[in-house]
Design a protein around this ligand. Structure first.
Ligand code: NAD
Length: 458
Protein backbone atom coordinates (compact mmCIF):
# COMPACT_ATOMS: atom_id res chain seq x y z
CA UNK A 1 0.00 0.00 0.00
CA UNK A 2 1.32 3.43 -0.95
CA UNK A 3 1.06 6.19 1.63
CA UNK A 4 0.32 9.50 -0.11
CA UNK A 5 1.02 12.97 1.22
CA UNK A 6 -2.29 14.75 0.52
CA UNK A 7 -0.57 18.15 0.29
CA UNK A 8 1.85 17.15 -2.46
CA UNK A 9 0.38 13.87 -3.78
CA UNK A 10 3.87 12.33 -3.40
CA UNK A 11 4.23 8.72 -2.31
CA UNK A 12 5.96 9.04 1.06
CA UNK A 13 6.12 5.37 2.01
CA UNK A 14 5.11 1.93 0.88
CA UNK A 15 3.96 -0.57 3.48
CA UNK A 16 3.07 -4.21 3.16
CA UNK A 17 -0.61 -4.88 3.77
CA UNK A 18 -1.65 -7.68 6.03
CA UNK A 19 -3.45 -10.66 4.53
CA UNK A 20 -6.22 -12.71 6.05
CA UNK A 21 -3.56 -15.29 7.05
CA UNK A 22 -1.31 -12.75 8.81
CA UNK A 23 -4.30 -11.24 10.62
CA UNK A 24 -5.21 -14.70 11.90
CA UNK A 25 -1.59 -15.21 13.04
CA UNK A 26 -1.71 -11.89 14.94
CA UNK A 27 -4.95 -12.96 16.57
CA UNK A 28 -3.28 -16.21 17.76
CA UNK A 29 -0.45 -14.22 19.32
CA UNK A 30 -2.97 -12.05 21.18
CA UNK A 31 -4.95 -15.03 22.46
CA UNK A 32 -1.97 -16.14 24.56
CA UNK A 33 -0.81 -12.62 25.33
CA UNK A 34 -4.14 -11.51 26.74
CA UNK A 35 -4.21 -14.24 29.38
CA UNK A 36 -0.82 -13.13 30.71
CA UNK A 37 -1.62 -9.40 30.54
CA UNK A 38 -4.86 -9.84 32.49
CA UNK A 39 -2.79 -11.36 35.35
CA UNK A 40 -0.61 -8.23 35.60
CA UNK A 41 -1.98 -6.17 38.53
CA UNK A 42 -4.15 -3.20 37.51
CA UNK A 43 -1.69 -0.74 39.10
CA UNK A 44 1.13 -2.02 36.88
CA UNK A 45 -0.99 -1.95 33.74
CA UNK A 46 -1.88 1.64 34.50
CA UNK A 47 1.83 2.51 34.87
CA UNK A 48 2.54 1.27 31.33
CA UNK A 49 -0.15 3.53 29.89
CA UNK A 50 1.06 6.49 31.96
CA UNK A 51 4.50 5.96 30.45
CA UNK A 52 2.94 5.79 26.95
CA UNK A 53 1.30 9.18 27.54
CA UNK A 54 4.68 10.64 28.54
CA UNK A 55 6.40 9.16 25.47
CA UNK A 56 3.83 10.82 23.21
CA UNK A 57 4.95 14.20 24.56
CA UNK A 58 8.65 13.35 24.41
CA UNK A 59 8.32 12.43 20.72
CA UNK A 60 5.89 15.26 19.94
CA UNK A 61 7.72 16.86 17.00
CA UNK A 62 8.54 13.58 15.31
CA UNK A 63 5.00 12.20 15.70
CA UNK A 64 3.42 15.45 14.51
CA UNK A 65 5.54 15.37 11.36
CA UNK A 66 4.41 11.84 10.57
CA UNK A 67 0.76 12.72 11.24
CA UNK A 68 0.92 15.83 9.06
CA UNK A 69 2.67 14.00 6.24
CA UNK A 70 -0.09 11.44 5.82
CA UNK A 71 -3.23 13.37 6.81
CA UNK A 72 -2.36 16.93 5.70
CA UNK A 73 -3.29 18.30 9.13
CA UNK A 74 -1.46 21.59 9.82
CA UNK A 75 1.56 20.88 11.97
CA UNK A 76 0.34 22.96 14.91
CA UNK A 77 -3.02 21.12 14.86
CA UNK A 78 -1.13 17.79 14.73
CA UNK A 79 0.78 18.81 17.88
CA UNK A 80 -2.45 19.91 19.56
CA UNK A 81 -3.96 16.51 18.83
CA UNK A 82 -1.04 14.57 20.32
CA UNK A 83 -1.00 16.78 23.43
CA UNK A 84 -4.77 16.28 23.71
CA UNK A 85 -4.31 12.50 23.50
CA UNK A 86 -1.72 12.60 26.26
CA UNK A 87 -4.04 14.60 28.48
CA UNK A 88 -6.89 12.12 27.88
CA UNK A 89 -4.54 9.34 28.94
CA UNK A 90 -3.81 11.27 32.14
CA UNK A 91 -7.51 11.35 33.01
CA UNK A 92 -8.08 7.69 32.14
CA UNK A 93 -5.05 6.46 34.08
CA UNK A 94 -5.83 8.66 37.09
CA UNK A 95 -9.37 7.27 37.37
CA UNK A 96 -8.87 3.67 36.27
CA UNK A 97 -8.51 2.18 39.72
CA UNK A 98 -11.55 4.00 41.08
CA UNK A 99 -13.83 2.56 38.41
CA UNK A 100 -12.26 -0.86 37.73
CA UNK A 101 -11.56 -2.12 41.23
CA UNK A 102 -13.99 -4.51 42.91
CA UNK A 103 -17.04 -2.76 44.36
CA UNK A 104 -18.74 -3.80 47.57
CA UNK A 105 -22.41 -3.10 46.84
CA UNK A 106 -24.07 -4.56 49.96
CA UNK A 107 -23.01 -6.17 53.21
CA UNK A 108 -25.18 -7.97 55.78
CA UNK A 109 -23.00 -8.87 58.74
CA UNK A 110 -25.70 -10.95 60.47
CA UNK A 111 -26.20 -13.11 57.39
CA UNK A 112 -22.42 -13.05 56.74
CA UNK A 113 -23.33 -11.90 53.19
CA UNK A 114 -21.32 -9.69 50.85
CA UNK A 115 -22.40 -8.66 47.38
CA UNK A 116 -19.53 -7.50 45.18
CA UNK A 117 -19.03 -6.55 41.52
CA UNK A 118 -15.75 -7.27 39.77
CA UNK A 119 -14.86 -5.95 36.31
CA UNK A 120 -13.28 -8.61 34.10
CA UNK A 121 -11.68 -7.83 30.74
CA UNK A 122 -13.65 -8.75 27.63
CA UNK A 123 -10.66 -10.54 26.07
CA UNK A 124 -9.37 -9.53 22.64
CA UNK A 125 -10.72 -6.25 21.32
CA UNK A 126 -10.93 -5.40 17.63
CA UNK A 127 -10.36 -1.66 17.19
CA UNK A 128 -11.14 -0.46 13.65
CA UNK A 129 -10.22 3.20 13.56
CA UNK A 130 -10.55 6.44 11.56
CA UNK A 131 -7.94 8.86 10.18
CA UNK A 132 -9.23 12.30 11.13
CA UNK A 133 -7.92 12.25 14.73
CA UNK A 134 -6.04 8.96 14.83
CA UNK A 135 -4.43 9.63 18.23
CA UNK A 136 -7.60 10.84 19.92
CA UNK A 137 -10.02 8.24 18.57
CA UNK A 138 -7.39 5.51 19.03
CA UNK A 139 -6.69 6.48 22.64
CA UNK A 140 -10.44 6.46 23.41
CA UNK A 141 -10.41 2.73 22.72
CA UNK A 142 -7.05 1.03 23.13
CA UNK A 143 -5.98 2.85 26.31
CA UNK A 144 -8.97 1.85 28.49
CA UNK A 145 -9.04 -1.56 26.78
CA UNK A 146 -5.42 -2.26 27.76
CA UNK A 147 -5.84 -0.82 31.25
CA UNK A 148 -8.74 -3.21 31.82
CA UNK A 149 -6.60 -6.23 30.89
CA UNK A 150 -7.63 -6.77 27.28
CA UNK A 151 -5.40 -7.40 24.27
CA UNK A 152 -6.04 -5.23 21.20
CA UNK A 153 -6.00 -5.95 17.50
CA UNK A 154 -5.73 -2.40 16.19
CA UNK A 155 -6.56 -1.54 12.60
CA UNK A 156 -5.60 2.06 11.92
CA UNK A 157 -7.21 3.73 8.96
CA UNK A 158 -5.35 3.23 5.70
CA UNK A 159 -4.97 7.05 5.74
CA UNK A 160 -3.15 7.00 9.08
CA UNK A 161 -1.07 3.84 8.80
CA UNK A 162 2.29 5.35 9.72
CA UNK A 163 0.71 6.93 12.77
CA UNK A 164 -0.69 3.51 13.74
CA UNK A 165 2.80 2.07 13.55
CA UNK A 166 4.17 4.92 15.69
CA UNK A 167 1.52 4.17 18.30
CA UNK A 168 2.60 0.52 18.37
CA UNK A 169 6.28 1.50 18.66
CA UNK A 170 5.64 3.75 21.66
CA UNK A 171 3.33 1.32 23.43
CA UNK A 172 6.08 -1.29 23.26
CA UNK A 173 8.66 1.27 24.36
CA UNK A 174 6.42 2.02 27.35
CA UNK A 175 6.67 -1.62 28.41
CA UNK A 176 3.58 -3.20 26.87
CA UNK A 177 4.22 -6.82 25.85
CA UNK A 178 3.98 -7.15 22.05
CA UNK A 179 1.63 -10.11 22.46
CA UNK A 180 -0.90 -7.63 23.90
CA UNK A 181 -1.11 -5.19 21.00
CA UNK A 182 -0.93 -6.05 17.31
CA UNK A 183 -1.50 -3.78 14.31
CA UNK A 184 -3.40 -4.95 11.23
CA UNK A 185 -2.34 -2.95 8.18
CA UNK A 186 -4.65 -2.33 5.24
CA UNK A 187 -7.97 -0.91 4.10
CA UNK A 188 -11.56 -2.11 4.26
CA UNK A 189 -10.66 -5.68 3.27
CA UNK A 190 -8.44 -6.04 6.34
CA UNK A 191 -11.19 -4.50 8.47
CA UNK A 192 -13.45 -7.23 7.12
CA UNK A 193 -10.85 -9.85 8.08
CA UNK A 194 -11.22 -8.70 11.70
CA UNK A 195 -14.96 -9.31 11.45
CA UNK A 196 -14.26 -12.94 10.51
CA UNK A 197 -12.32 -13.55 13.74
CA UNK A 198 -13.93 -14.63 17.03
CA UNK A 199 -12.96 -11.41 18.80
CA UNK A 200 -14.52 -10.58 22.18
CA UNK A 201 -15.57 -7.02 21.36
CA UNK A 202 -15.60 -4.67 18.39
CA UNK A 203 -14.97 -0.95 18.79
CA UNK A 204 -15.33 1.02 15.61
CA UNK A 205 -14.81 4.68 14.72
CA UNK A 206 -15.81 5.77 11.24
CA UNK A 207 -18.73 6.42 8.95
CA UNK A 208 -22.35 5.41 9.50
CA UNK A 209 -22.22 3.29 6.36
CA UNK A 210 -19.30 1.14 7.53
CA UNK A 211 -20.55 1.14 11.13
CA UNK A 212 -23.93 -0.25 10.09
CA UNK A 213 -22.21 -2.99 8.07
CA UNK A 214 -19.98 -3.92 11.01
CA UNK A 215 -22.89 -3.98 13.45
CA UNK A 216 -24.80 -6.34 11.16
CA UNK A 217 -21.81 -8.65 10.71
CA UNK A 218 -20.98 -8.78 14.41
CA UNK A 219 -24.56 -9.22 15.68
CA UNK A 220 -24.56 -13.02 15.69
CA UNK A 221 -21.31 -13.21 17.66
CA UNK A 222 -23.15 -11.89 20.76
CA UNK A 223 -20.23 -9.72 21.86
CA UNK A 224 -20.19 -5.98 22.58
CA UNK A 225 -20.04 -3.77 19.49
CA UNK A 226 -19.60 -0.03 20.00
CA UNK A 227 -19.82 2.46 17.16
CA UNK A 228 -18.58 6.05 17.10
CA UNK A 229 -19.94 7.41 13.84
CA UNK A 230 -20.55 10.65 11.96
CA UNK A 231 -22.66 13.68 12.70
CA UNK A 232 -24.48 16.63 11.20
CA UNK A 233 -23.94 18.75 14.28
CA UNK A 234 -26.10 21.89 14.52
CA UNK A 235 -25.56 25.20 16.28
CA UNK A 236 -28.14 27.81 17.16
CA UNK A 237 -27.03 31.41 17.66
CA UNK A 238 -29.79 33.15 19.63
CA UNK A 239 -30.40 36.91 19.82
CA UNK A 240 -29.54 36.87 23.51
CA UNK A 241 -25.80 37.54 23.15
CA UNK A 242 -23.59 40.48 24.05
CA UNK A 243 -20.48 39.39 22.16
CA UNK A 244 -21.60 38.38 18.64
CA UNK A 245 -18.12 39.07 17.29
CA UNK A 246 -16.49 36.63 19.73
CA UNK A 247 -19.20 34.03 19.13
CA UNK A 248 -18.76 34.28 15.35
CA UNK A 249 -15.00 33.73 15.67
CA UNK A 250 -15.32 30.78 18.06
CA UNK A 251 -18.03 29.08 16.03
CA UNK A 252 -16.16 29.54 12.73
CA UNK A 253 -13.29 27.65 14.40
CA UNK A 254 -15.79 24.97 15.51
CA UNK A 255 -16.84 24.54 11.89
CA UNK A 256 -13.46 24.74 10.17
CA UNK A 257 -10.80 23.42 12.58
CA UNK A 258 -9.04 20.39 11.08
CA UNK A 259 -10.59 21.42 7.75
CA UNK A 260 -14.01 20.49 9.13
CA UNK A 261 -12.90 16.85 9.31
CA UNK A 262 -14.12 16.20 12.85
CA UNK A 263 -17.08 14.06 13.79
CA UNK A 264 -18.20 16.90 16.09
CA UNK A 265 -17.41 19.76 13.69
CA UNK A 266 -20.22 22.26 13.43
CA UNK A 267 -21.96 21.21 10.21
CA UNK A 268 -24.94 23.62 10.06
CA UNK A 269 -25.73 26.91 11.77
CA UNK A 270 -29.09 28.53 12.53
CA UNK A 271 -28.99 32.21 13.44
CA UNK A 272 -31.77 34.31 14.98
CA UNK A 273 -32.95 36.98 12.53
CA UNK A 274 -32.14 39.81 14.98
CA UNK A 275 -28.42 39.05 14.92
CA UNK A 276 -28.12 37.34 11.54
CA UNK A 277 -26.41 40.13 9.56
CA UNK A 278 -23.90 41.00 12.29
CA UNK A 279 -23.04 37.36 12.92
CA UNK A 280 -22.64 36.56 9.22
CA UNK A 281 -20.33 39.48 8.57
CA UNK A 282 -18.05 38.57 11.49
CA UNK A 283 -18.13 34.85 10.60
CA UNK A 284 -17.09 35.37 6.97
CA UNK A 285 -14.42 37.87 7.98
CA UNK A 286 -12.94 35.29 10.33
CA UNK A 287 -12.98 32.52 7.70
CA UNK A 288 -11.27 34.77 5.14
CA UNK A 289 -8.57 35.71 7.66
CA UNK A 290 -7.22 32.15 7.89
CA UNK A 291 -4.29 31.10 5.75
CA UNK A 292 -4.51 28.21 3.27
CA UNK A 293 -1.27 26.44 2.34
CA UNK A 294 1.12 23.59 2.91
CA UNK A 295 0.40 22.12 6.35
CA UNK A 296 4.07 22.35 7.25
CA UNK A 297 4.12 26.14 6.73
CA UNK A 298 4.00 28.37 9.79
CA UNK A 299 0.60 29.93 10.46
CA UNK A 300 -1.40 27.77 8.04
CA UNK A 301 -4.92 26.99 9.28
CA UNK A 302 -6.25 25.15 6.20
CA UNK A 303 -4.16 22.33 4.75
CA UNK A 304 -5.43 19.83 2.19
CA UNK A 305 -8.24 17.41 2.79
CA UNK A 306 -6.94 13.99 3.77
CA UNK A 307 -8.83 12.06 1.11
CA UNK A 308 -8.98 12.94 -2.57
CA UNK A 309 -12.57 11.63 -2.89
CA UNK A 310 -13.88 14.10 -0.33
CA UNK A 311 -13.31 16.96 -2.78
CA UNK A 312 -15.82 15.47 -5.17
CA UNK A 313 -18.44 15.07 -2.44
CA UNK A 314 -18.01 18.73 -1.45
CA UNK A 315 -18.30 19.85 -5.08
CA UNK A 316 -21.50 17.84 -5.40
CA UNK A 317 -22.94 19.37 -2.23
CA UNK A 318 -22.14 22.89 -3.44
CA UNK A 319 -23.62 22.23 -6.92
CA UNK A 320 -26.77 20.75 -5.38
CA UNK A 321 -27.17 23.75 -3.04
CA UNK A 322 -26.65 26.28 -5.84
CA UNK A 323 -29.15 24.49 -8.08
CA UNK A 324 -31.73 24.76 -5.27
CA UNK A 325 -31.17 28.47 -4.61
CA UNK A 326 -28.23 28.82 -2.20
CA UNK A 327 -25.77 31.72 -2.37
CA UNK A 328 -22.00 31.41 -1.85
CA UNK A 329 -20.47 34.07 0.39
CA UNK A 330 -16.94 32.74 0.04
CA UNK A 331 -15.22 29.70 -1.50
CA UNK A 332 -17.14 27.00 -3.32
CA UNK A 333 -14.42 25.29 -5.35
CA UNK A 334 -11.65 22.75 -5.23
CA UNK A 335 -8.27 24.46 -5.59
CA UNK A 336 -6.45 23.37 -8.73
CA UNK A 337 -2.85 22.18 -8.66
CA UNK A 338 -1.11 19.61 -6.49
CA UNK A 339 -2.77 18.51 -3.27
CA UNK A 340 -6.37 17.90 -2.24
CA UNK A 341 -7.17 21.51 -1.33
CA UNK A 342 -10.70 22.93 -1.15
CA UNK A 343 -11.65 26.55 -0.55
CA UNK A 344 -13.32 27.24 2.81
CA UNK A 345 -16.92 27.70 1.81
CA UNK A 346 -19.83 29.57 3.40
CA UNK A 347 -23.33 29.07 1.95
CA UNK A 348 -26.49 31.03 2.82
CA UNK A 349 -30.08 30.91 1.56
CA UNK A 350 -29.88 27.19 2.33
CA UNK A 351 -32.85 24.91 2.98
CA UNK A 352 -33.29 21.43 4.37
CA UNK A 353 -33.91 19.88 0.97
CA UNK A 354 -30.24 20.51 0.15
CA UNK A 355 -27.65 17.77 0.68
CA UNK A 356 -25.36 20.20 2.50
CA UNK A 357 -27.94 20.55 5.31
CA UNK A 358 -28.64 16.80 5.59
CA UNK A 359 -25.50 14.77 4.73
CA UNK A 360 -22.28 14.88 6.71
CA UNK A 361 -19.88 17.13 4.70
CA UNK A 362 -16.69 16.35 6.64
CA UNK A 363 -14.92 19.25 4.99
CA UNK A 364 -14.47 23.06 5.01
CA UNK A 365 -18.03 23.95 4.11
CA UNK A 366 -20.93 25.30 6.14
CA UNK A 367 -24.56 26.23 5.53
CA UNK A 368 -25.93 29.13 7.59
CA UNK A 369 -29.68 29.67 7.85
CA UNK A 370 -31.72 32.59 9.28
CA UNK A 371 -34.49 31.58 11.70
CA UNK A 372 -37.40 33.56 13.14
CA UNK A 373 -37.47 32.13 16.65
CA UNK A 374 -36.43 29.31 19.02
CA UNK A 375 -39.21 26.99 17.86
CA UNK A 376 -38.08 27.14 14.25
CA UNK A 377 -34.43 26.63 15.26
CA UNK A 378 -35.37 23.62 17.40
CA UNK A 379 -37.42 21.98 14.63
CA UNK A 380 -34.54 22.38 12.16
CA UNK A 381 -31.94 21.10 14.61
CA UNK A 382 -34.11 18.02 15.21
CA UNK A 383 -34.44 17.37 11.48
CA UNK A 384 -31.55 14.89 11.10
CA UNK A 385 -30.80 11.18 11.17
CA UNK A 386 -27.71 11.87 13.30
CA UNK A 387 -27.37 12.57 17.03
CA UNK A 388 -23.82 13.34 18.06
CA UNK A 389 -23.68 16.92 19.39
CA UNK A 390 -25.63 20.18 19.32
CA UNK A 391 -24.74 23.63 20.60
CA UNK A 392 -26.62 26.77 21.59
CA UNK A 393 -25.13 30.21 22.17
CA UNK A 394 -27.15 32.40 24.52
CA UNK A 395 -26.35 34.55 27.54
CA UNK A 396 -29.34 33.11 29.41
CA UNK A 397 -28.60 29.50 30.42
CA UNK A 398 -32.23 28.47 30.92
CA UNK A 399 -33.04 29.34 27.32
CA UNK A 400 -30.14 27.30 25.92
CA UNK A 401 -30.39 24.35 28.27
CA UNK A 402 -34.17 24.14 27.89
CA UNK A 403 -33.70 23.70 24.14
CA UNK A 404 -30.74 21.31 24.41
CA UNK A 405 -32.81 18.99 26.62
CA UNK A 406 -35.20 18.49 23.70
CA UNK A 407 -32.48 17.28 21.32
CA UNK A 408 -31.64 13.60 20.91
CA UNK A 409 -27.85 14.00 21.00
CA UNK A 410 -25.01 12.50 23.03
CA UNK A 411 -23.41 15.89 23.87
CA UNK A 412 -25.05 19.26 24.54
CA UNK A 413 -22.93 22.43 24.33
CA UNK A 414 -23.92 25.72 25.93
CA UNK A 415 -21.72 28.56 24.63
CA UNK A 416 -19.14 26.16 23.21
CA UNK A 417 -18.84 23.60 20.42
CA UNK A 418 -16.57 20.97 18.82
CA UNK A 419 -15.15 19.76 22.12
CA UNK A 420 -14.65 16.41 23.84
CA UNK A 421 -13.73 15.80 27.49
CA UNK A 422 -12.14 12.65 28.90
CA UNK A 423 -14.30 13.09 32.02
CA UNK A 424 -17.58 12.86 30.07
CA UNK A 425 -19.05 10.01 28.03
CA UNK A 426 -18.47 10.40 24.31
CA UNK A 427 -21.45 8.86 22.58
CA UNK A 428 -23.63 9.21 19.55
CA UNK A 429 -27.30 8.45 19.12
CA UNK A 430 -29.27 7.33 16.07
CA UNK A 431 -26.90 7.22 13.05
CA UNK A 432 -24.09 8.69 15.17
CA UNK A 433 -23.51 5.45 16.99
CA UNK A 434 -23.94 3.20 19.97
CA UNK A 435 -22.27 2.96 23.37
CA UNK A 436 -19.86 5.38 25.01
CA UNK A 437 -16.13 5.84 25.34
CA UNK A 438 -14.29 8.11 27.84
CA UNK A 439 -15.44 8.86 31.40
CA UNK A 440 -16.16 6.07 33.89
CA UNK A 441 -18.50 4.54 31.30
CA UNK A 442 -15.68 4.35 28.77
CA UNK A 443 -13.37 2.68 31.28
CA UNK A 444 -15.98 0.04 32.04
CA UNK A 445 -16.99 -0.43 28.39
CA UNK A 446 -14.08 -2.85 27.96
CA UNK A 447 -15.12 -5.06 30.85
CA UNK A 448 -17.86 -7.50 31.75
CA UNK A 449 -19.22 -7.25 35.26
CA UNK A 450 -19.27 -10.34 37.44
CA UNK A 451 -21.71 -10.43 40.35
CA UNK A 452 -20.30 -12.11 43.48
CA UNK A 453 -22.75 -13.46 46.09
CA UNK A 454 -20.41 -14.29 48.96
CA UNK A 455 -21.72 -16.03 52.06
CA UNK A 456 -19.42 -16.98 54.93
CA UNK A 457 -16.74 -15.46 57.11
CA UNK A 458 -14.34 -13.49 54.91
P1 NAD B 1 -14.71 4.79 7.17
O1 NAD B 1 -15.99 4.21 7.63
O2 NAD B 1 -14.50 4.95 5.72
O3 NAD B 1 -13.48 3.90 7.67
C1 NAD B 1 -13.25 3.66 9.04
C2 NAD B 1 -12.43 2.40 9.21
O4 NAD B 1 -13.20 1.28 8.76
C3 NAD B 1 -11.13 2.37 8.41
O5 NAD B 1 -10.13 1.80 9.21
C4 NAD B 1 -11.48 1.47 7.24
O6 NAD B 1 -10.37 0.82 6.66
C5 NAD B 1 -12.43 0.47 7.86
N1 NAD B 1 -13.36 -0.18 6.95
C6 NAD B 1 -13.85 0.31 5.78
N2 NAD B 1 -14.72 -0.59 5.24
C7 NAD B 1 -14.78 -1.64 6.11
C8 NAD B 1 -15.51 -2.87 6.11
N3 NAD B 1 -16.35 -3.19 5.14
N4 NAD B 1 -15.35 -3.70 7.16
C9 NAD B 1 -14.51 -3.38 8.18
N5 NAD B 1 -13.79 -2.25 8.22
C10 NAD B 1 -13.92 -1.39 7.19
O7 NAD B 1 -14.55 6.17 7.93
P2 NAD B 1 -13.35 7.23 7.84
O8 NAD B 1 -13.40 7.93 6.52
O9 NAD B 1 -12.06 6.59 8.25
O10 NAD B 1 -13.73 8.24 9.00
C11 NAD B 1 -14.59 9.32 8.82
C12 NAD B 1 -15.91 9.07 9.53
O11 NAD B 1 -15.66 8.76 10.89
C13 NAD B 1 -16.79 10.30 9.56
O12 NAD B 1 -18.13 9.91 9.32
C14 NAD B 1 -16.64 10.81 10.99
O13 NAD B 1 -17.70 11.59 11.45
C15 NAD B 1 -16.50 9.53 11.74
N6 NAD B 1 -15.83 9.74 13.03
C16 NAD B 1 -16.57 9.61 14.17
C17 NAD B 1 -15.99 9.84 15.40
C18 NAD B 1 -16.78 9.73 16.68
O14 NAD B 1 -16.16 9.75 17.73
N7 NAD B 1 -18.10 9.66 16.65
C19 NAD B 1 -14.64 10.19 15.47
C20 NAD B 1 -13.92 10.30 14.30
C21 NAD B 1 -14.52 10.06 13.07
Amino acid sequence: MNIINPATEDIIATVVDDTTATVVAKYEVLRNGQQLWAKVPLKERVQVLIRFGQLLLEALDELANVLTSETGKPLQQAKNEIKGASSRISWLTAHAETYLQDELMREDKDARLKEVISYEPLGIIGNISAWNYPYLVGVNVFVPALIAGNAVLYKPSEYATNTGLQIERLLLAAGLPSATFQVAIGGGQIGKALLELPLDGYFFTGSYRTGKYIYEQVATKMVPCQLELGGKDPLYITDDLRDIQGVAEATADGAFYNNGQSCCSVERIYVHKNVYETYLEAFVKQVKSWKIGLPTEEGVYFGPLTRREQRQLLEEQVADALAKGATILTGGNAITGKGYFFEPTVLIDVTHDMRVMQEESFGPIIGIMKVANDAEALALMQDTAYGLTAGIYADTPTRAIGLLKQLNVGSGYWNCCDRVSAALPWSGRQHSGLGATLSHQGLRAFTKPKAWHLVGNS
